[in-house]
Design a binder for this molecule. Structure first.
Ligand code: AMP
Length: 215
């Protein structure tokens, strides 16, 4: 199964993607995680991306498209994959279409998680992320067992620069202006599966499973 997870920042794409990859045994391909790994590694690509990311803007296609093209060709993505945070513009969606056609693949579903802006700001500003495995936590809704330490791998939790207030506002505007048009784009292709992202992680996951069931 080849899936796209679409939705505003903070709606829970990363959390739900982790559960979906466990259930469907396909890799999660998160462009945000790949870019953060490049920054951590100090690569040229990472340095190019950092300024854009810190202020909540999109990283240029010249950086992102190559990463995705290479990743969907990897051995572990041949039985399926889940794209998380990509595509983020109509231009990227068109480029993805070309990449997939060349690779003889198609998208099966585009899951679109939805929530209002007040909820998203609350989730993003309290989010803490594991510096080692990227697992998400929250100062209020999902506290780790030991403060500041990841339950899964023992890594140190930190607040992403782009989870600070001004960057959050920019990311939400970027989503509305550049990414939201993808909803109509994929609706037109009859691939869109809208899912209410409010409520507990389990409730949202149950809705996702319902949306993926054949009609
Ligand atoms: P995320 O972890 O998906 O919230 O992404 C964090 C940041 O990485 C975004 O705010 C962008 O700056 C950058 N980014 C991630 N995916 C993309 C993409 N597909 N296109 C451009 N920039 C991206």
């Amino acid at each position: 199964m080849n899936l796209i997870l679409l939705g505003p920042p903070g709606v829970g794409k990363g959390t739900q993607a982790k559960r979906l990859t466990d259930e469907y045994r396909v890799p999660q391909i998160s462009t945000g995680d790949m870019l953060r790994a490049a920054i951590k590694a100090g690569s040229r690509l990472g340095m190019e991306a950092k300024g854009f990311m810190d202020r909540g803007a999109l990283v240029p296609d010249s950086v992102v498209l190559g990463l995705v093209d290479e990743r969907i060709r990897a051995a572990d993505a041949q039985k399926g994959f889940m794209l998380d945070g990509f595509p983020r513009t109509v231009g990227q969606a068109d480029a993805l279409g070309v990449m997939l056609e060349k690779a003889g693949k198609t998208i099966d579903h585009v899951l679109c998680l939805q929530a209002n802006n007040d909820e998203l700001v609350k989730r993003l500003s309290g989010r803490r992320t594991c510096s080692k495995c990227s697992a998400p936590f929250h100062v209020e809704f999902k506290q780790p067992k030991k403060p500041g330490v990841c339950d899964a791998c023992g890594g140190e939790l930190y607040q992403r620069d782009d989870d600070k207030e001004e960057a959050i506002r920019n990311r939400l505007v970027t989503y509305d202006t550049q990414t939201k048009p993808l909803i109509e784009y994929y609706k037109g292709k009859k691939l869109l599966r809208p899912v209410d992202g409010l409520g507990s992680m389990d409730a949202v996951y149950a809705r996702i499973q319902g949306a993926l069931r054949p009609a």
